[in-house]
Design a protein around this ligand. Structure first.
Ligand SMILES: *Cc1c(COP(=O)(O)O)cnc(C)c1O
Length: 536
């Protein structure tokens, strides 16, 4: 008995030490206990964001933040209280987008629907690589792809698409898909095969990608990762509002061919540039793409939702999108779906076959609709489309349009307000028609004539000398730093085209309050006056 008892005892000990601490109790019991506490913290964070005195960023600077916060890596398991404290620490030290004063980047707070969607995704934890693992998530992806394809006019051929973990990844996959479709040897022989083919065809062996000087840097990254290298990216000039100049594109395409620097294979159009919010002229670019046998990609990561707008002056901005071969759109920006949610759409579903491989252990049919991972270089995939689908269920296509239009209305009113302060603020060039970015900086006193760059017929002709550009950029950066120290607004600054220097770049989000926007402009004016009073 004693021996048996001992045996029992030791096997019990062994059994206990083999139990994962993840199963100390049933998941349903643990969930019922901790999730309400977490939701309470989430709610507190949102509520605090809605209070006018809440800082948008808890720390004025990264060094301060690093000094003040340290995250533990405990040796032993901890209890609920420690977990809740850790989550509190996260919220206490996070930028609070619910303030509506986070105007620094192209994304903003999600909606509660987004938080719900993220919870659902985590609870279901289904891998969207094959439909058998994630039936509804895959269907949601298929439906969102269909809805977006329709919105962009991909209705002639059988279109397709998929979610990607961000616009940069979507652009990268677009470049790769283009290479594989334009150059059939790319898939098996890589760039070496492409170059041999071009040489056999008496063409310049370097494949070239054309995009505007205002494009997102992910196009450069895509060129690096596709093995093309940065020298294969040709940056085309823009007009003063940041739109690609189609004449300059045509000249660059012809020059490449005539001088033998390379063979054009892709034209990237940006719909909604990162700094000014400009839209490249798609119809002209599509005509040039056809003429030069190029793939046309539209990077509509930021501006894509303009297709939902009900305002007639904006309806032409993406006219011609149906002629593109591929389009990137990020619902995680203007449509406020939680990060990350991005789509790559293709006009012709078969072009994605270039990315398919037969993995017998994963893909048990050749149907890409049932095997989303066949369309991309990734394998395991989060069902990000679910978040967008739940937004679509909640707000409808019409709601997306009203959301975008609310932002455009705010931006218009804000520009009027800034113009009314032209004795203190220098307004930078604006997209035409105005989109959601507004660039401005404190006006240097005694120089009122140049208060609005756009008042000049040709803003480039404003001709600030280099020293003056430097002086005004320094004022911008001073304002930027001071706003950071005050912590009530988060905005960014950026150098603008044509070497006119740095401006504060404000991103108007559709839910931002007009009073907050005005307060920010007032503060820029006030801090600017302080700066110039010390530097003149
Ligand atoms: C934001 C943005 C991207 C990159 O998207 P991520 O999701 O941040 O990778 C690409 N192009 C444009 C025009 C963008 O505004």
């Amino acid at each position: 008995m004693a021996v048996g008892g001992m045996v029992n005892h030791s096997s019990n000990t062994a059994a206990t030490s083999c139990l994962s601490p993840f199963q100390n109790e049933s998941a349903s019991v643990e969930a019922a206990r901790i999730l309400p506490q977490v939701l309470e913290l989430v709610h507190t964070f949102i509520e605090s964001g809605e209070r006018p005195e809440t800082y948008v960023a808890p720390w004025g600077s990264i060094p301060n933040f690093r000094k003040s916060v340290s995250l533990s890596l405990p040796e032993a398991p901890t209890d609920d209280a420690a977990l809740v404290d850790a989550i509190k620490l996260v919220f206490d030290n996070s930028v609070n987008p619910w303030t509506g004063r986070f105007l620094d980047k192209l994304y903003a707070a999600p909606t509660p629907v987004g938080i719900a969607a993220d919870l659902v995704l985590s609870a279901a934890n289904a891998n969207a690589h094959v439909m058998s693992a994630s039936p509804v998530l895959s269907l949601a992806e298929e439906r969102c792809v269909q809805g977006l394809c329709e919105a962009f006019g991909f209705t002639q051929q059988k279109p397709d698409g998929l979610t990607m973990p961000g616009g940069s990844s979507a652009n990268t996959l677009a470049v790769q898909t283009a290479l594989a479709n334009i150059f059939p040897r790319f898939r098996t022989q890589g760039l070496l095969g492409v170059m041999q083919q071009l040489a056999e065809d008496k063409k310049a062996p370097r494949p070239l990608l054309f995009t505007s000087s205002q494009c997102h840097y992910s196009l450069d990254k895509a060129a690096i990762s596709a093995g093309l290298g940065l020298h294969s990216v040709v940056k085309v000039e823009c007009d003063d509002t940041g739109r690609m100049d189609p004449k300059a594109l045509e000249a660059a395409l012809s020059a490449a061919k005539e001088q033998g620097t390379g063979t054009p294979f892709l034209i990237n159009a940006t719909s909604g540039t990162t700094v000014l919010g400009s839209f490249d002229p798609l119809l002209e670019l599509a005509a040039l793409a056809r003429k030069h046998n190029c793939w046309l990609h539209i990077d509509a990561s930021w501006g894509g939702p303009i297709v939902f707008s009900h305002r007639s002056i904006y309806s032409g901005l993406m006219k011609g999108s149906h002629l593109a071969d591929s389009i990137t759109i990020n619902p995680h920006k203007l449509l406020n779906v939680p990060l990350q949610c991005s789509f790559l759409l293709v006009r012709d579903a078969d072009t994605l076959s270039a990315n398919s491989l037969d993995a017998g252990y994963l893909f048990h049919s050749k149907d890409r609709r049932e095997n989303a991972a066949m369309k991309t270089m990734g394998c395991g995939r989060r069902g990000d489309a679910l978040k967008f689908w739940l937004y679509w269920v909640r707000y409808g296509k019409r709601g997306f349009g009203q959301h975008v239009d609310a932002g455009l209305q705010l931006a218009t009113e804000l520009v009027d307000y800034i113009r009314s302060k032209s004795d203190q603020i220098e307004l930078g060039p604006l997209a035409h028609p105005l989109f959601l970015q507004i660039c401005f900086r404190p006006l240097r006193p005694h120089n009122h004539a140049s208060s609005d760059v756009r008042q000049n017929a040709n803003a480039g002709a404003q001709q600030l000398d280099a020293a003056e550009v430097k002086r005004r950029s320094a004022a911008t950066q001073f304002v930027y730093q001071e706003l950071k120290t005050r912590r009530m607004f988060a905005v960014d600054f950026a150098p603008l085209p044509n070497a006119i220097g740095d401006y504060i770049r404000l991103v108007v989000h559709p839910r931002t309050k007009m009073e907050d926007l005005k307060t920010l402009v007032d503060q820029v004016a006030e801090i600017g006056q302080l700066y110039w009073s010390q530097h003149e």
